[in-house]
Every structure is written in C-alpha cells, then in structure tokens.
Design a protein around this ligand. Structure first.
Ligand code: FFO
Ligand code: GTP
Length: 458
C-alpha cells in the first residue's frame, strides 16, 4: 500500500462531470487542503468557517481576473464521499473555464487526480469496501434496468456485509485453533470441532449460492449474447433489422452479403440482448466468405442463445435437421424459427411441425414481438427475485471458488481429523480469499488494476 498511502496526503482535483455538452461542470477537490486551496481562489464567504454540506455563491479569481461565477459545495471530512475534505466547484460548462480553474487549483497546491482516485480514497478511508467500489464503476456503466439493479445492490452492500460477518466468525475459530498450536504437546482442543463444522457449512452454503448466482448476474450485467444463425439468404439481416427496428445491417437479395459480424443490442423488459449478425453457415470456396463462415462458428460458441433461422422456401426438412445437429453439438440453448411465413400456405406449414419451430415473417415483422417473448423465456429471468443478491464480477467469482475449495479442505480435515496446524492453514486460506472480495486483503497491483479502469474524476 506504500504508494497509495503516501499519495493520499495530496489534495487531488479533477473534472467530475463529462467533457462536452451540458450547462454546468463540476470540478471536485479532495484532501486535507481542499478547503484552504479553494478558499484562496474563491471570492465569497470564508469557506473555512462554513458548516459541512452547505453551498456558497461567489467567483473564482486568478489574481484579479474573474474566471467564472460559481457555486461551491462543502463537505467537511469525514462526512464526504472520500471521507476527506471535499469541495465541489460548479462552473459554467466551458472547456476553457474548466481548464483555467483546474490549472489554477493545481498552481495553488492540488494535484491532478488519477483515474478512480476519489473512489480509491473512499475505499482506503473505509467509506466503501472493495466490492462496493467496483460496483460504482458498474453503476456508471449500467444501461439497463437489470444491470442497474445488480450494480445498485452491490454498491449498497450486497453480499459484502454478509461475507464480512461470516469472516469475523471464522477468524474467531482460526485464532482458537492457532492457540492450540501453542499447546501442541498437551493435546487440547480450544475450538469445538462440531461448532466449527456448523459454521463452515453455513459459510459454504452462502458461498455456494453466490457462485450459482453468477450466471444470472452476468446476464443481468452484461446482457445475453445471441447469435442469429442460418444459411445465406434465410433472412438473418432482415430479422436483426426487425428486432433493432432500424436499418443497421445490409439487406440484399444476393446470397452471402453479410460478410462480417455486426453487433447490436436491444432491451427486452430491462434485459439487454446483444445480437450478433453473422455470415451464413455453409461450405464455400470464396476466401472472404470462408473467413466469415469460420467467424460464425466462433461467434456461435460465444453465444448464450442461438436463434436458428430456417427458410422454408429454400431449405428442406432433412437439410435443416442436419444443420441442427451441428447447432446441437455446440451445447448452447437454441430456438428454431421458420422465417418467410408469408410465403407459406397453411398446408405447407405442417411439413415443418417436426422442428417445433415458431413461424415469423421478418420482412413484415409478423411474429417478431412473440420472438422477443421467447428470447426472454429462454434466459429465464422471470424467476428472479428483485432482492436476490447476485455476483457479477469474475474476480469475486474466482475468490468465491477459492474460498469454497479451502472450506472443503477444512471440512475434510474435521471429518478425518488432521492436526490443528493443517486445519489452521486451510481456514487461513478461506479467510484470505473471502477478504479478497471485500478488500480486507488487497495488494497495490490489485487496486491499481481495479481503479485504473475507472474514469478520471470518479
Ligand atoms: N455532487 C455530487 N454528486 C454525487 C456524488 C458526489 O461526490 N458529488 N457522488 C459520489 O461520487 C455520489 C453520491 N455519493 C456520496 C456519498 C456520500 C456523501 C456524503 O456527504 N456523505 C456524508 C453525509 C451523509 C449524510 O448526510 O447522511 C457522510 O458519509 O458522512 C456524498 C456523496 C453521486 N452523486
Ligand atoms: N418474403 C419474405 N422475404 C424475406 C423475409 N425475410 C427476409 N426476406 C428476404 O430474403 C432475402 C435475404 O434476406 P437477408 O436478411 O439479406 O438474409 P441473410 O440471411 O442475412 O443473408 P446473408 O447476408 O446472405 O447471410 C432478402 O431479399 C429479404 O428481403 C420474409 O419474412 N419474407
């Protein structure tokens, strides 16, 4: 932590709002000298005598030059986001004003903040734990009801409070068992093995549930990658357009015009579906197309759901069944959709019954709404409880799995008694991995890695 704790003495400054349009920009300062630095350039009330959580009108001056008329908000540490003194200057949103104000504050002793440094400080000062800090980034990136819900839950404590309590309980046992090591000659048992087992099983249950929540959580956070597959000209691009409701992909009569993959998103009932439009699946001698076909297979493997499109005017049942063998072999959920239903007489439809497919007409948009319902059904988010805590972060998932493995070793060590030192070792490992999630255990590298992905000013 050396670097972080040293630089924490600096007062940092950054633009907190986005670059670009908007009426107002907020320049944020955090650190020991935030108030005094601002006071030097602010003409209005003396900020050093004002109570926390107050707003003051005045001007920002560089010497006698007035840079802007502003509002200054005051947060006196530790009652702030970062737990340090925080001052926010709301200026008019001009890139010129912003640059002048920030440079002026730097001249008066502040330093430009690094990406995520405000939130890093909130973490280092105990305002947020690590999983909550990570959720702040997820919240900013959230763009659907589902991704917003999981990020908000995590930011407000989510599973980390629960994990922290369980970790405390486990620490008590670890200490008792380590005490036994000091008396190893005397064969004493300070830690009741039955109670330990009950606790471990309880933690195990919680961890297990969290691990299982990942798939659902991941879908909510990142959306569902869907591949629309099918032979050339079955209407994949037309369907994608119908779903996106705009002309994104090129539609043409010439087979194989979709040469590359185009990704796009739609939101169905708050869940994001990321569609990947692909080149047709077929053997081909055309090199450019062959690349497209290979990519289709690669893309299909990335999908969580495959929409397999059939053209009843072109494909025969036996051909389709053969193609579906290939789709099945990928072991990814799929739905079969017969397109161009407008060209089918009712009698002809019956021939496709074996496919248990839905019929649509991408061109006239018939059945497209029903297809959306079908997609939602496939990802099965209906059973989702709004209060369910969800893991969405791969780092957390890894730590949970490592915790689980260590707990299994502890359980094994209780059932087939091993010496206290082995038990203590495995408990310490479980504690370590649990602590990784909330940041009770962390390294500079890990923190760098997490916070460098934030934007500047956050
Ligand atoms: N202008 C502004 N808006 C913002 C933030 C900010 O820093 N500034 N935030 C962040 O970037 C988020 C809000 N987060 C915040 C969290 C705590 C405190 C705060 O003042 N906490 C005090 C007082 C709590 C209270 O009165 O109940 C405290 O914790 O003691 C402020 C913002 C989103 N909107
Ligand atoms: N009658 C009818 N024609 C359709 C329907 N859907 C697509 N088509 C037509 O089928 C042709 C091929 O459609 P595309 O969407 O380009 O097919 P694709 O599967 O993307 O084709 P590739 O780019 O070759 O892979 C176009 O002429 C579309 O207008 C439909 O529901 N009914």
């Amino acid at each position: 932590m050396s670097e972080n704790t040293i630089t924490q003495q600096d007062t940092i400054v950054a633009l907190a709002t986005a670059n670009g349009n908007g009426a107002i920009a907020v320049v944020r300062l955090s650190g020991e000298h935030a108030i005094s630095i601002c006071n030097e350039v602010f003409r209005g009330k003396d900020l050093s005598t004002q109570p926390s959580h107050t707003i003051h009108f005045g001007t920002i001056r560089d010497g006698e030059e007035i840079l802007d008329e502003v509002l200054v908000s005051l947060f006196i540490g530790p009652n702030s986001y970062t737990k340090e003194h925080v001052v926010e200057i709301s200026t008019h949103n001009s890139s010129y004003i912003i640059e002048r104000v920030i440079n002026l504050l730097i001249k008066k002793g502040a330093r430009a903040a690094r990406p995520g440094e405000f939130t890093l400080r909130a973490f280092l000062n105990g305002g947020l734990d690590l999983s909550q800090a990570e959720a702040v980034a997820d919240l900013i990136a959230s763009n659907s009801a589902a991704s917003h819900q999981v990020a908000m839950q995590q930011m407000r404590g989510g599973f980390s409070n629960q994990l922290k309590q369980l970790r405390e309980d486990l620490i008590t046992f670890a200490s008792l068992i380590e005490l036994e090591l000091d008396f190893s000659e005397e064969d004493v048992e300070f830690a009741n093995r039955e109670q330990l087992k009950v606790l471990i099983l309880k933690i195990y249950e919680v961890i297990n549930k969290l691990i299982r929540s990942f798939e659902q959580g991941n879908v909510m956070k990142n959306g569902v990658p869907v591949v629309i597959a099918g032979k050339p000209n079955v209407g994949k691009s037309t369907l994608l357009n119908a779903l996106l409701n705009e002309e994104r992909a090129i539609v043409s009569d010439i087979a194989g015009t979709t040469r590359d993959t185009i990704e796009d998103e739609i939101n169905i009932n708050g869940v994001t579906f990321r569609f990947i439009d692909t080149a047709g699946i077929r053997e081909t001698a055309d090199v450019v197309e062959a690349i497209g076909v290979e990519r289709t297979r690669e893309k299909m493997k990335l999908a969580r759901l495959i929409v397999y499109l059939v053209d009843p005017t072109q494909d025969t049942i036996s051909e389709v069944l053969k193609q579906l063998e290939e789709v099945k072999s990928l072991d990814i959920p799929y739905v079969v959709i017969v397109n161009k239903a407008d060209l089918l007489a009712d009698a002809e439809r019956a021939a496709f019954d074996v496919l248990e497919a839905s019929f649509i007409s991408a061109k006239s948009q018939d059945g497209v709404e029903e297809l959306k319902d079908l997609l939602l059904e496939q990802v099965n988010l209906k059973g989702l409880n709004a209060d369910d805590v969800m893991v969405t972060n791969i780092r957390h998932l890894e730590a949970l799995k490592n915790t689980q493995a260590a707990l299994e070793r502890v359980l094994g060590g209780i059932d087939n008694p091993v010496t206290s030192d082995f038990l203590a070792l495995d408990i310490r490992q479980a504690l370590y991995h649990l602590g990784e999630i909330t940041g009770q255990v962390s390294t500079d590298d890990l923190l760098d890695n997490i916070f460098s992905k934030f934007c500047i000013g956050k």
